[in-house]
Design a protein around this ligand. Structure first.
Ligand code: AMP
Ligand code: GLY
Length: 388
């Protein structure tokens, strides 16, 4: 995107072009590669780089299954007694449909494989269950990712995102944050990759964090180790707090977006040191120091996101003015920088963050900045940090 040109050079190699990335890292003798998205991880970029003696932060293809296969993750949770919604897994349409219709209760239908954060459907009635299963398993809109599905009970509660670094021995927990996943206010509309978030989450106490560390995060690391899979990277469980008890909705094996935008604003120590030590198996010597600022992030997305985003390049106005507001930093996502102008490029376009002494101050600053930024088709949620 257009953001990094302010601090470095963008190299036009696709994130999924693993031979191209390998060649580049070898030619330039890159000391540490950090992988952002899940697709190259699932394609085995970490295995390939390591085989060639290059240092890289991210899980191996085997370890990333905790994210890239919902069936794998759910079965592991079942075996290890990690609290999660009751579920059934299916690889054929008719049995899946029969099960989905066997109860009038709402169900959550999830495609097994990676689907850019768009493979989870909350189905409230028979018609929605029929439509989703047909779309996923008959029309195969997610391709082979939808050839197996998980059908699970819908949980109601408060969502919290957890991030934990693990180097094989030491676990470093990040503070909790809360992401808002649905496109529209009050949890309405389709599920997205994330429309905004904030941290800290006051109701997520240190006791809860300690429970999550021992009963969920470290249980996953030792369960994977039993299968001879070393997890060396960031584990990001998405949790639902149901009456104060944490249930795992899913695992990711990378940093969250927009969670990480908020975390880097709260991290006073050096992110590079953490990642470098994690890769070196040296995390116990790294220090993670977090500030107490309330931090919020609001995502500005393109018209039509997530189903059919407008990919046109429209000029973006007001970025500079918005960044002059106290406490505001803007991270780019779906932007381009061309002819000295920032333009949109589709999907989630910008992440507007702000820090403040209270959540209210942080949110006021974020929304003041959001109002100053203009582009054709700008969409965002107005209730980030205000609803649970
Ligand atoms: P996942 O990719 O599995 O985290 O699902 C994406 C989003 O769908 C979550 O962040 C929740 O908002 C919602 N979701 C997933 N599973 C459930 C569930 N069992 N009950 C209620 N909401 C869910
Ligand atoms: N915030 C959702 C994700 O990164 O998957």
């Amino acid at each position: 995107n257009g953001g990094p040109q302010r601090v470095g050079i963008n190299i036009p190699i696709k994130a999924t072009d693993i031979p191209g990335l390998l060649r580049f890292a070898q030619e330039k003798a890159i000391d540490l590669t950090v992988v952002g998205p899940e697709k190259p991880l699932a394609m085995g970029i970490v295995d390939v780089f390591k085989r060639h003696g290059l240092r890289i932060f991210g899980p191996t293809a085997k370890a990333v299954q905790i994210e890239s296969s919902k069936v794998f993750a759910k079965e592991l949770m079942l075996q290890e007694g990690i609290p999660t919604a009751p579920f059934m897994a299916f690889s054929a349409y008719h049995p899946a449909l029969n099960y989905a219709l066997s109860s009038d209760e709402p169900f959550v239908i999830k495609v097994d494989g990676l689907a850019d954060g768009k493979g989870v459907y909350i189905c409230k009635n028979e018609q929605e269950k029929r439509e989703v299963l047909e779309k996923v398993m008959v029309k195969r809109v997610h391709g082979e990712a939808g050839d197996r599905v998980v059908i699970e009970k819908r949980l109601k509660g408060i969502e919290v995102s957890i991030h934990a670094l693990f180097d094989g021995t030491t676990t470093v927990m990040f503070p909790a944050s809360q992401d808002h996943k649905s496109l529209l206010e009050h949890g309405e509309g389709p599920n997205t990759g994330g429309m905004g978030c904030y941290s800290p989450v006051s109701r997520f106490t240190s006791d809860l964090m300690s429970n999550v560390k021992h009963l969920i995060v470290q249980t996953v690391f030792s369960a994977l180790a039993k299968h001879e899979i070393l997890f060396n990277a960031c584990l990001y469980p998405g949790l639902m707090l149901v009456n104060g008890k944490p249930y795992v909705l899913e695992f990711n094996a990378r940093f969250g977006d927009p969670e990480m935008q908020v975390y880097v604003r709260r991290l006073n120590s050096d992110l590079f040191e953490l990642l470098d030590c994690c890769v070196a198996g040296n995390l116990e010597h790294a220090h993670a120091e977090w500030n107490n600022c309330y931090t919020a992030c609001v995502v500005l997305c393109a018209r039509g996101y997530p189903e059919d985003p407008d990919h046109n390049a429209y000029p973006i106005y007001g970025l500079k003015e918005a960044e002059e507001i106290e406490g505001v930093v803007i991270f780019h996502a779906g932007t381009m920088f061309y002819d000295r102008v920032y333009t949109t490029a589709g999907g989630r376009i910008l992440n507007v963050t702000a820090v403040g002494e209270t959540l209210e101050i942080a949110l006021n600053r974020v929304y003041e900045a959001v109002d100053m930024i203009m582009f054709e088709g700008k969409n965002f949620r107005k209730d980030i940090g205000k609803v649970t």
